[in-house]
Ligand binder design. Structure first.
Ligand code: PHE
Length: 343
């Protein structure tokens, strides 16, 4: 009996001292396994008298249970301890900076085009588009520029064959729109890419972007055009801008005008941007030529209209102080990133 007590003390101590789950497991195998000291003590049963045996047996069972309970309790304690150790070891340092994906931004030409579209849509215009590979018919014939007309020289372009070419102006969209809507009123803006046979330099490009506007209805006058363009100039270059008309010539408008806007840099006093004149030329415009209206199916004695065509690059260059048109097309990210509105 004494030996049993001693054994229990020893087992309890060993369990208490276990530092890890694997150490605890070793103690379990040792004390509760087939070849452990408790089994050895059991073997002494046969030397005892019949009266002594039940008490001895009960004592052994009690020790086994006490040892087993102690092991379970210790296991719980060690599990928590080892889990905490693992969590400590596997801690992720979330303060480390990650990789930022590169997010693009809207191209400055698109930005200006959208801005122009927004202000005209706000005035009740709809946006119309057309093909870049265009028929000679819509690009020239319907714009009152027949075969052999000298004006064709100024708008030489890339020809696909005798009938098809890369359109030289978005006026081609307008002649299509006129045909589509005649004899009814129309109010559209026509943005798009256009092409010319040109030598590229800081202010010329063989491909560029235009946005034209066209309004046809009963009683449309030159004053309507002036009001519309002044509104656009103020929206694009500031509320204090004014515009002026100078006589000009286009085959598809009569009368035709060049439109200048007062310089937004010097406010009209004269500076390098406006070449000392106080005015900057921004677009061509005029009253739609009766021939153009008639060819499309309008009665030019009842209906009249105005049209204007603005270069999107030109507006963007003035607005953002860009000195070379080629920046728009070479896709240098240092240039493009300057038009990022947020990070
Ligand atoms: N189509 C002309 C150009 O490309 C611009 C323009 C449009 C002029 C409409 C008058 C009216 O130069």
């Amino acid at each position: 009996m004494e030996k049993l007590e001693q054994l229990k003390e020893e087992a309890m101590q060993a369990i208490e001292n276990a530092q890890s789950l694997s150490e605890l497991q070793q103690q379990r195998v040792h004390y509760l396994g087939k070849k452990g000291p408790i089994q050895d003590v059991m073997k002494m049963m046969k030397d005892l008298s019949a009266e002594e045996r039940p008490a001895f047996g009960a004592q052994v069972n009690e020790i086994k249970k006490a040892v087993s309970d102690a092991i379970e309790a210790k296991r719980g304690e060690l599990e928590v301890k080892e889990m905490n150790l693992r969590l400590e070891k596997e801690k992720i340092d979330i303060t480390l900076e990650g990789y930022k994906p590169v997010i693009g931004n809207i191209h400055p030409l698109t930005l200006v085009q959208q801005e122009l579209e927004d202000l005209f849509i706000g005035q009740g215009y709809t946006v119309a588009e057309g093909p870049e590979v265009e028929l000679d018919f819509y690009n020239f014939e319907r714009a009152n520029i027949p075969q052999g007309h000298p004006a064709r020289d100024m708008q030489d372009t890339f020809y696909i064959d005798h009938e098809r070419l890369l359109r030289t102006h978005t006026t081609a969209i307008q002649t299509r729109q006129l045909e589509l809507h005649a004899p009814h009123p129309i109010k559209v803006i026509c943005p798009g890419k256009v092409y010319r046979r040109d030598d590229d330099d800081a202010t010329h490009s063989h491909q560029f972007t235009q946005m034209e506007g066209l309004v046809v209805a009963e009683g449309i006058q030159l004053s309507d055009l002036k009001g519309t363009l002044e509104f656009m100039a103020k929206k694009m270059f500031g509320e204090s801008r004014v515009i002026r008309f100078r006589p000009s010539y286009f085959q598809f408008t009569e009368p035709s005008v060049e439109v200048d806007v007062s310089c937004h840099v010097c406010n009209g006093k004269g500076c390098p941007v406006c070449k000392g004149t106080g005015w900057i030329e921004i677009l061509g415009a005029g009253m739609v030529h009766p021939n153009v209206l008639e060819m499309a199916g309008y009665d030019s004695t009842k209906m009249s209209g105005f049209a204007f065509g603005v270069g999107v690059e030109r507006v963007a260059m003035l607005k953002y102080g860009i000195d070379d048109i080629r920046h728009f097309y070479t896709n240098d990210v240092r240039f493009l990133k300057m038009f990022k509105r947020f990070d």
